[in-house]
Design a protein around this ligand. Sequence first.
Ligand code: ADP
Ligand code: MG
Length: 677
Amino acid sequence: MPAPPASILAQPVTVLWGVGSERAALLARLEVRTVEDLLCHRPRRYEDRRHFRPIAQLAAGEPVLTGGRVVAAGTKRWKQRSRSLFELILEDGTGRLHCRWWNLPFMEAQFQVGDELVVFGKVRSLKPRTIDHPDTEVVEGGEERSIHIGRIVPVYPLTEGLTQRWLRGLIWRALAAAEPQIVEPWPTLDSTGRLPRARALRLLHFPENDGDAEAARQRLALDEFIGLQLAIQRRRRTLQTKAKSLPCGGDNRLIRPFLARLAFKLTEAQTRVLRETRADLAGPHPMRRLLQGDVGSGKTVVAACAALMALESGFDVAFMAPTEVLAGQQFARFRAWFEPLGVAVELHTGSRKTDGANGATLFAPASAPRASRPVTLWVGTHALLEPTFAPDKLGLVIIDEQHKFGVAQREQLVRKGRYPHLLVMTATPIPRTLGLTLYGDLDVSVIDALPAGRGSLRTFVRGADRLPKVWEFVRDQLRQGRQAFVVYPRVEDADLAAGTKAVLAEFERLKNALAPHRVGLLHGRMPAEEKERTMADFRANRLPALVATSVVEVGVDVPNANVMVIESAESFGLAQLHQLRGRVARSPHPAYCILVAAAKTAEARQRLKVLEETNDGFRIAEADLALRGPGELLGQAQSGLPQFRFGDLARDFALIEEARQLATTLLDRESSPHAAA
Ligand code: ADP
Ligand code: MG
């Protein structure tokens, strides 16, 4: 949190003794610009220098901390000076220790006879006592000594031109100068038993006992999380006080015939979510709801019902999908469902915009008679975000596969019209930690059970050497009338990581491998009509097999497809693979997902085994988060994810929850300052 300008914390590091413009430039490379940045420069690790081992007591083979005074130093060179050995000898009153560095001739300039050294390394032999390539630090006498010796010392991320000892000394002095000015940012924290912030910053750098550094990290992480939660909750409260809700609860006049004609009954989970949604749509504040449900759990029908509620109430609805293929597929689905009900359904994508006639009604001035056009469901892609798309009676915005969009885009669409309701849907099960951080301003509904009557899905991890067998299996399934997806990581050669296969080249090979069955190709760079044609052929089983990049990742619905082969599977995240295989999990036939990993990568194959073991999307997402971090799990679109210095989204769940509650308390107190007393 930014300190008030008068505080030393907000000053540039050049106010500190010993920091001129040159060193300030080096510190800036570490993102350290102000004194506060410096105090928040997090140690990379710690070194316990409380207990030094006398040289005479060193044992071979174990890493030790010791030290002494340099009594001799010199360099030997051979092979026309291309090889060198620099050696120095330390003496501590109990014995002598040789330290050696091979082929690092510049080390010689770092030490002088008479210097006192701290040395950390593994003892290689005892006769004479020798450590090769130890970590070393020259210690200076006087007050400096107590900073670097006899305590747990911090070891920082550095940049060329800075030394540990100098940076440690600088932070020590900065702490001494700034400590009295470090204030508690949140008054409520007084009573929570956490370290005060000033104390936390001291212990972060100079812990006194073993648990101190972690306790300090937690307090500082808590401050980060509270800052974020305050922003999220403030935004939510502003919306609730400023925005009046559009009445979109509906009157069942369209939903009733819609459900009656549907081939199946809604599951209990779907019905529960619809009840929550209706309460929001009829409520006093604009809905802000996240709908989570594993792939195939039936989110689209729920979205359709929500749309019908708004349409019944006389409002337009916009439905945004992440790709043209998906927008096209959902458009076809919604048109088949809604047109018999007298609701207009329009497609609005980059390659296919509303034609003139429709445009004329859509963009009619607000004064045009309302009755002149029926309420409309707009299905589209990012094109819906363009300024030219501006329906004047937009009551509800639905975003499918939310994780493909950024938070900013979500806001952009919602700002169209006067605070329409918002329903965002995602099949990426978001671990609760991340949910509270990313979607803390949304209410959450979960569809936690799949519709009954789904076939079983089994997943197998195989090495690339087993591919011939895999194709044999696929051919057998195709012969029985089933269909198959084959997925490759990327299209363009330029994008390929080493060993990753190019879908275009593989397409040719696969046509042979799966002959006599026909194979179609789908990738992101194809013209939209071509994509649509291929998808239509696949859906109608004119094409039994489809080779695709991960564009099939989300939403494509072809129940007859029961086999998915994913090549170079190790280059996908677990959550992404789980999504992909969801495409075939909806088949009424026994379904198979075969993850093919490059033969060498035993470690990667181990990771893939998680998918053999479980179908629980949440467990998989947690594993992915722990293994690859939140950026990977959520994809680029979520790069709006805040960067934390101290917080760790993969394991700080309890802290995030604590921060959320503290932020609520703080905001309650802000809005009614007297009630708190
Ligand atoms: P997702 O949640 O992945 O978007 P969809 O909405 O595409 O899933 O639904 C997957 C399939 O399940 C579709 O074919 C849909 O018609 C079907 N479905 C949805 N709800 C039910 C239900 N209650 N009973 C049976 N099938 C259902
Ligand atoms: Mg879907």
